[in-house]
Design a protein around this ligand. Sequence first.
Ligand code: 13P
Length: 337
Amino acid sequence: LVVRAGPYDEELIKTAQTIATKGRGLLAMDESNATCGKRLDSIGVENTEDNRRAYRELLVTTPGLGEYISGAILFEETLYQTIRDGKKFTDVLNGQNIVPGIKVDKGLVPMPNSNGESWCQGLDGLAQRTAEYYKQGARFAKWRSVVSIPSGPTSMAVQDCAYGLARYAAICQGSGLVPIVEPEVLLDGDHDIDRTLEVAQEVWAQTFKFLADQKVMFEGILLKPSMVTPGAECPTRASPEQVAAYTLKLLKRRVPPAVPGIMFLSGGQSELEATLNLNAMNQGPNPWHVSFSYARALQNTVLKTWQGEESNWKSAQDALIKRAAANSAAQKGEYDP
Ligand code: 13P
């Protein structure tokens, strides 16, 4: 039945299925140094390599984390770091039954001749980098491109986003890394939920067209979509049931059932909102595993609790387990606040 057999096909399918296991989702801890700096700054901690390392050590050494978290997305710096006892982060994660992943895009830059939009860099030399990341123990990857609704968006920006994601996905699969395909439709703007659905449909239509053109194996990818919500500044808000109905409508119209898992980003939603919305999406059977890949919605309280103090280490880890367990329950549609 295999139409195009790549050397890593079996492994890619197995990795994707491991990540998409019942009651588990992803911990996104791949903030760039600049973004991590903003997070540390919010608790008055200096943005040094060692403070970033210490904070991330707190996250990955949380006892029992692997029960709720199937994979962790690392920033390149972390892939090469060790925790204080000298163990590599990747070994700590594997010991917790958590698959190590790596952010491979090189960030967003302004797109010339667009409506103030951006495009995502990082394709040059990517095959060499992904081969090296595999050697270092990574088994999946992330590439985040964005689409802005108030900027139009222009068809040029949407196509570029989709093309870049497909090229990246094909390169990752050639190196044994499961690509997470993330065209983030930004929350910013005062548009209503129908407008978000309209734009997201176009983004995913283009994304799957280019993924198919580039012969990406759908059984060996994961998606990281934004939930379909009203814009952040839209006066009319949506209930978790509405967000779930719109988001599932989008996915059913655009995502083939061959794709094993949908791992949502939180995109600035509160911790509770992100959990309630995920829970609402899992009230009935879905053709794919519908789960989370949250950064802020898993880490906000952890950071606030830690405050950079050794004495808060354990209570910060308790805060992480609390959010991870809540989202695990939401993945099964069993969250009770
Ligand atoms: P948020 O969940 O904070 O949106 O971050 C997820 C992520 O990794 C965006 O790429």
